[in-house]
Design a protein around this ligand. Sequence first.
Ligand code: R5P
Length: 324
Amino acid sequence: MSNPEYRLFQLGSNPSLAEEIASISDIPLAAVDLETFADNEIYERIVDSVRGQDVYVIQGITTPVHDNLMRLMVFIDAARRTSARSINVIIPYFGYARSDRKARSREPIVARLIADLLETQGVKRLMAMDLHTSQVQGFFDIPVDHLLATPVQSHYFYEQGLTGDDVVVVSPDPNSLKMVQNFAKVLNANWAIVDAREEEHGQAKHFQITGTVAGKHAILMDDIIDSGRTMAQASQALADAGATKIDALATHPVLSDHAVERLEAAPLDRVIVTNTIEIPAEKRFDKLVELSVAPLFAEGLRRVINHESMAGMLTSPDNPEISL
Ligand code: R5P
């Protein structure tokens, strides 16, 4: 798929995912000189001319969040000043997406701020995966290709034979319920929800489960695992309620704080994540299963470049009847 009309770049937030996308797409990654000065200022220079070309750049807003975001902004500035025809950003993990509304007075909406930064600097298109809420798309006036990890995630469970009535997909809190119900439909499985209540501020939480989990293989599903607290607490509630096996499933392995210790200690059989965020060696542990979403990004990129509809990407190959 080599074509002088466009160039693909990566800025170091997740080199292995970028290399996999480039290799599947058969597009070489173009070179950028990237340096950090002693005072932490960033220097970037696009090595070869991109004048008149469509530029695609892969960069997640992942730890170190502000360095990675600034690297993206500096790159966009360089591409615009050198007369790229268009600048298209591929953000596998859109950090700050949880800051999508004012929950309390005098709070910012940082996801909107980032959308404004990208647009005012001339970005023409965004591709992202499993945004914390799909409404974040509405912060942009440019086209947003919102990919879902579901086709890859559901394929994993189909391969394991984990579908049907013996399986229950569980939302660890009310926020993920819609995603969980969809996933349960794809697996022809049941769904349930763990409702965590704190009777009084600072008191221990009580967990109430709606749906049947006793005797079933539970898949606890969320978009993000950050500190691991949500998954650890919900898995304990499921174990207490008699689930036979418990898997945690999430798209984005932020794994900050003491997440690894929490997940290791929790009654979880597996922690199944994708490679939207690169997991360093010291955060890899026995229960971890990493699924690659590079084929989804490569297919999305192919469709964008060829002006093809993205609709076909919103079904699971194992159960195409269900629209995601
Ligand atoms: C929050 O709304 C998200 O969907 C996740 O539930 C949350 O980010 C998980 O965080 P943690 O792993 O820190 O409990």
